[in-house]
Design a protein around this ligand. Structure first.
Ligand code: VGL
Ligand code: ZN
Length: 208
């Protein structure tokens, strides 16, 4: 579907990160005000000729879930073969209501949905690489095959999936903007300040 008046050029894509029930108020890993960005995102999609959604998509035995580690509390760290990993409350289980996109999000403009985190032993924050930093999601190939050179990121959570995606996109050579007003953060142990510093250092534009 082509928007009637796309202000953005053909080589620009809007990437909408994880606007799912479990990351919104009432969800299993709720981000404060996570639902308050949805109207803005619905409007932004009308300006882009290219729109991609990501969807956090975990099997029930996923090793990022605290309850799959005996005695472990959510929001603590564990050691995975690829390095430290935050243990999260069980969220975005494949096929569950929590994994669905928020009902207010207009799904029509999405041309591609990238699901991530579906391997039991590897979490995936970034839309491009899983947390082992080597397993790809395929998004880079998709965008490059379509001639996309710049990406604008919005969604949840600013300091995890949005930031990791932005940093990877910059490293892969895209021009990257994060629209902070269309994001909300988890902010665990200073993660938001750290994510902002890293994004600025990587040349990511942090926009309104
Ligand atoms: C996310 C933690 C675990 C996110 C996903 O979308 O930022 N955070 N899974
Ligand atoms: Zn997750």
């Amino acid at each position: 579907m082509r928007p009637a008046d796309p202000a953005q050029p053909a080589d620009a894509a809007l990437i909408v990160i994880d606007v799912q029930n479990d990351f919104c108020p009432g969800g299993a890993l709720a981000v404060a005000e996570g639902d308050q960005i949805i109207n803005q995102i619905n409007g932004l999609m009308g300006q882009f000729q290219n729109v991609v959604f990501t969807q956090d998509w975990h099997p029930s035995d996923h090793l990022s879930f605290a309850d799959n580690h005996q005695g472990a509390a959510p929001f603590t760290l564990t050691e995975m073969p690829y390095g430290p990993q935050v243990l999260w409350p069980r969220h975005c289980v494949i096929g569950s209501k929590g994994a669905d996109f928020h009902p207010d999000l207009n799904e029509g403009p999405a041309q591609m949905v990238i699901r991530k985190g579906f391997r039991t032993g590897i979490d995936s924050y970034s839309a491009f690489f899983e947390n082992d930093r080597s397993t790809v999601t395929g998004l880079d190939g998709y965008l490059k095959a379509r001639g996309i050179t710049s990406v604008t990121l919005v969604g949840l959570a600013l300091d995890y999936c949005v930031a990791y995606s932005a940093l990877d996109a910059a490293a892969l050579g895209y021009k990257v903007t994060v629209l902070e007003s269309a994001c909300r953060a988890i902010d665990l142990n200073g993660s938001l300040a750290e994510a902002r510093d890293k994004m600025r250092a990587a040349g990511v534009t942090l926009g309104g």
